[in-house]
Every structure is written in structure tokens, then in C-alpha cells.
Ligand binder design. Structure first.
Ligand code: 5GP
Ligand code: ZN
Length: 137
């Protein structure tokens, strides 16, 4: 098995584990963006969010909700930025779904989710809404 996060889930390689649950494991990022940078992963391998089973998705977000407060409080942070790089094109480097929880402080110099994007759009909201609703079916 070559997936690094599957190997962490299975205990084959070490990690600073925060929580082990039936369907989810949370551990510290080995190259933290801030103290307390946690990764929350489903035990079952899935490359992208779209590949998660409904049960795995429920369990994953339940754990994110459960850990967000303790991660913030444990580090004395003011808040957390929570995000997923979903797919290689977005910069996802480990193709096993993982939710980043990164503690934030008012003076930490980091941006918001909005700062990732240059805000380049070309279509109207109704046009885009119709396209997505059509894809939903
Ligand atoms: P991505 O860019 O795919 O959203 O983030 C992958 C994250 O996994 C990175 O922040 C990286 O530091 C972290 N990471 C990669 N390999 C390992 C590892 O072996 N152990 C741990 N704990 N984190 C890892
Ligand atoms: Zn995996």
C-alpha cells in the first residue's frame, strides 16, 4: 500500500495522533503551517471529496466539528481556518481526502480563503446557477 495517509491510519508509519475513531483519524501535519495544524482523514481511502461514501463524509465532518474547538483552545488561538485541497489541480499533494484545521491568531499574517483566488469570473450568477443545477440533475 503506497498511500501515506492509509499507512498512518493503519499505524504503519508514525504520526502525532490526536484522535482515533471508528471511521476517522486525526493527526498533526508533519510540516505545520502553524502550531496545532491538524489533518482529519477518513480511514477508508478516497482520493477526493466526491469519492467519499455518505457515511464516511458524515463521520469526517463530525470529527472536524468535534476537534475545531479543542484545537483552537489547546493552542490558545482565536479561530481556525478549515479547508480541503480537493484534487491535484488544486494543489492537493496527498490523494487521500484530508481536512486541514489550522489555528489562527489576529496577527499571524495569513489570509482568508478569499485570498487564494484572484477573483476572475466571466459568467452571470443565473448562468452559473443553471449550469450547476443541471449537473445536479
Ligand atoms: P495537501 O496539499 O495535499 O492538501 O496537504 C497534504 C499535507 O500533508 C501537507 O500539509 C503535508 O505537510 C502533510 N503531509 C505529507 N506527508 C505527511 C506525513 O507523512 N505525515 C504527516 N503527518 N503529514 C504529512
Ligand atoms: Zn489512502
Amino acid at each position: 500500500m503506497s498511500c501515506i495517509f492509509c499507512r498512518i491510519v493503519n499505524g504503519e508509519i508514525p504520526a502525532e495522533v490526536i484522535a482515533r475513531e471508528p471511521d476517522v483519524v486525526a493527526f498533526l501535519d508533519v510540516q505545520p503551517l502553524a502550531d496545532g495544524h491538524v489533518l482529519v482523514v477518513p480511514r477508508a481511502h478516497a482520493a477526493a471529496v466526491e469519492d467519499l461514501s455518505p457515511e464516511a463524509a458524515d463521520a469526517l465532518f463530525r470529527t472536524v466539528v468535534r476537534l475545531a474547538g479543542p484545537v483552537r483552545e489547546g493552542l490558545g488561538a482565536a479561530g481556525t481556518t478549515i479547508g480541503i485541497n480537493n484534487g491535484e489541480a488544486t494543489g492537493q499533494t496527498v490523494p487521500h481526502v484530508h481536512v486541514h484545521i489550522v489555528p489562527r491568531w489576529p496577527d499571524d499574517g495569513a489570509g482568508t480563503v478569499h485570498t487564494i483566488f484572484p477573483r476572475r469570473t466571466s459568467r452571470t450568477l443565473p448562468d452559473v446557477g443553471a449550469a450547476i443545477r443541471k449537473a445536479i440533475g
